[in-house]
Structures are given as structure tokens and as C-alpha cells.
Design a protein around this ligand. Structure first.
Ligand code: SF4
Length: 134
């Protein structure tokens, strides 16, 4: 069994644990005993919250809605091109406050920090919020 050290993404506490991986699938978690936050303990979400990783409904490729109204799989490069083009066109037409960002309690603190930087420093809008307030 392979053990992969990671940070729990279920809340901002940032507990650490090892994902126990067999045949490229997560089969359990083991708390990290010397982590300053979790100290070898986890709440039920940390212990049990990994099933989404291999869930059959999980999106594995970006999707773009076509003219036919259906979603079509595209490459990551095509998805980023599409996002960049759309954001630029909205900002050019209506200014940066015409866009907004929603980040997630399921992201790490570092990922949420990057989202704030993208919104405020790169795209010049303060319209950013967090799913915990929705
Ligand atoms: S194990 Fe529980 S308390 Fe720790 S980060 Fe995950 S959700 Fe938060």
C-alpha cells in the first residue's frame, strides 16, 4: 500500500493525513500523528470523506456547452482558452466588476488565497465570495 500525505479539504482547519492507496484507488486514511493541528485525530469528514475521488459521476474532463445545448468534452487547453476569451470580452465590454468569483470551503487555504489573488490582483475585481456564505 502506498501512503500519500495530504491536507484535508473539508474545512479550513487543515488537518493532515495520509491517503492509503491500493491499485491507484484510495482505500482509507491514516492521521498524521505529529501534525500540529490534527495531532493524530480527525473528524468524521476527514476519516470518511474521500469516496468522491473515485466516484463514477465525478467530472474528469472539462465540458463546454455547445450550440446544440449539450455539454461536450474538451481539452484543458480549449477550456482555458474559452474561459479567458469570455472573461476578456465581459471585462472589455462592462468592466472588471461585471465578473465575480466563488471559491470553496473544499479548497485548501492556499487554493483560496490563489483565487483571491486571481480576482483582485489579476482581474481587478473585489467580487469574490465563498460557498460557506451561500
Ligand atoms: S478532518 Fe475534519 S476538522 Fe480536520 S480539516 Fe478535515 S473536516 Fe476539518
Amino acid at each position: 500500500m502506498r501512503k500519500v500525505l495530504t491536507t484535508c479539504g473539508y474545512c479550513g482547519c487543515g488537518c493532515n493525513f495520509y491517503l492509503n492507496v491500493e491499485n491507484n484507488e484510495i482505500v482509507g486514511v491514516t492521521p498524521k500523528n505529529d501534525h500540529p493541528v490534527s495531532q493524530g485525530k480527525l473528524c468524521v469528514k476527514g476519516w470518511q470523506g474521500y469516496s468522491f475521488v473515485n466516484h463514477h459521476d465525478r467530472l474528469k474532463q472539462p465540458l463546454i456547452k455547445g450550440e446544440d445545448g449539450n455539454f461536450h468534452e474538451v481539452t484543458w487547453e480549449a477550456a482555458y482558452d474559452y474561459i479567458g476569451t469570455k472573461l476578456k470580452s465581459i471585462i472589455d465590454k462592462n468592466g472588471p466588476d461585471a465578473i465575480g468569483f466563488l471559491s470553496s470551503a473544499r479548497c485548501t487555504n492556499e487554493e483560496n488565497y490563489l483565487m483571491v489573488k486571481l480576482a483582485r490582483a489579476v482581474l481587478k475585481t473585489n467580487n469574490i465570495d465563498h460557498c460557506a456564505r451561500l
